[in-house]
Design a protein around this ligand. Structure first.
Ligand code: TYM
Length: 329
């Protein structure tokens, strides 16, 4: 079984982009892989956040993930800061990461734009991400399209480490799913994201009315696209339909589009209806989990123990290769 790692930040609510871009894949891959999934709170502190609520948000996200179908017995599910080895490996990997590569990261450029104070954590963020993946010697990483550049960097970091210190890390490959790039319904030129305005995301746990409002007012033809070509907004609605509705429903709407008979309101109603049926079981499962917070905490401790065991073992090897010591107490 190949090893697989992925992570998600606990700040902001989980949205359809996270779900269709990453989490559905996380769930589907559990059975045939050794899966390790992390709630990456140490990444979250590189952007504006509230220290008072971060801990709770991490646990809430764990509940969301389990409700979505992550099985905490099958997969290792844990909170990043519970396993300190991530930070130690990051420091070591800094020395085999190219400064030039880090300056080329689009996420860094986007997040540092218009900021008066650009913290160094934001800059070395991808090195911590590389450490997350390599600490478990993961071979595959299921992510949305926006993370592919970070995985490519991870490959380069692994290669340089292996070249410098001897072969140790695999060069991990991204696994990209169907919903790898879900766009904002309010502005289909930008990706759905937690960091922007609330209107740019549809939360997984949002109520029906608010989901309908956002789907109903989804931008379809901002500039009037001519001919057969689909505008980005319509294409985004089709993607959501493809991810939630049976094939015949999708085909029906595609045909309407081809024939020039597509009614946007009907498409929107169908998207809403199938989206809600997809989300309903998740909402129900979440309600059950909320009733037993002790159980979730137990899952997280179990996840931490299992993650820590692998992390400790691999770090012992890494320290040997690099020539640093940590005497056993
Ligand atoms: P994060 O927390 O921003 O997003 C979590 C996952 O959701 C995907 N995603 C999307 N997919 C499709 N359409 C969208 N609009 C959309 N928005 C987000 C992301 O691609 C991601 O897979 N740096 C990472 C977290 C991380 C990580 C890791 C990931 C830390 N260490 C190690 C993989 C491996 C991040 O900020 O994801």
């Amino acid at each position: 079984m190949s090893k697989l790692f992925s992570g998600i930040q606990p700040t902001g609510d989980l949205h359809l982009g996270n779900y269709f871009g990453a989490i559905t894949n996380w769930v589907n891959l559990q059975k045939e892989h050794d899966t390790v999934y992390s709630i990456v709170d140490l990444h979250a502190i590189t952007s504006d956040y509230d220290p008072e609520t971060l801990r709770d948000q991490s646990v809430e996200l764990a509940i969301d993930l389990i409700a979505c179908g992550i099985d905490p017995e099958e997969s290792i599910l844990f909170i990043q800061s519970d396993v300190v080895e991530h930070v130690e490996l990051q420091w070591i990997l800094n020395s085999v990461t190219s400064y030039g590569d880090l300056t080329r990261m689009t996420q860094f450029k986007e997040k540092s734009q218009d900021k008066e104070f650009i913290n160094a954590g934001l800059f070395s963020y991808p090195v911590l991400q590389a450490a997350d993946i390599l600490l478990y010697k993961a071979e595959k990483v299921p992510v949305g399209e926006d993370q592919v550049q970070h995985i490519e960097l991870t490959r380069r970091v692994a290669r340089r480490f292996n070249h410098t210190y001897g072969d140790f890390f695999p060069e991990p490959e991204p696994i990209i799913g169907h919903g790898a790039r879900i766009m904002s319904t309010a502005d289909p030129e930008q990706k759905m994201s937690k960091s922007g305005h609330e209107k740019h995301m549809i939360g997984l746990m949002e109520d029906r009315d608010s989901i309908w409002e956002k789907v109903k007012s989804a931008v379809t033809d901002p500039g009037g696209v001519e001919g057969e070509e689909m505008s980005p907004g319509v294409a985004n609605l089709f993607t959501l339909l493809e991810l939630t509705a049976p094939d015949d429903v999708l085909e029906g709407f595609k045909e309407d589009h081809r024939e020039g008979e597509l009614m946007y309101i009907e498409l929107k109603e169908a998207v809403y209806e199938h989206l809600v049926s997809t989300l309903e079981p998740i909402w129900e499962k979440r309600e059950d989990l909320e009733k037993d917070p002790g159980k979730v905490e137990e899952y997280l401790q179990h996840g931490r123990d299992r993650a820590e065991e692998i992390a400790r073992e691999n770090m012992r090897e890494v320290r040997k290769l690099v020539g640093v010591r940590r005497r056993a107490r």
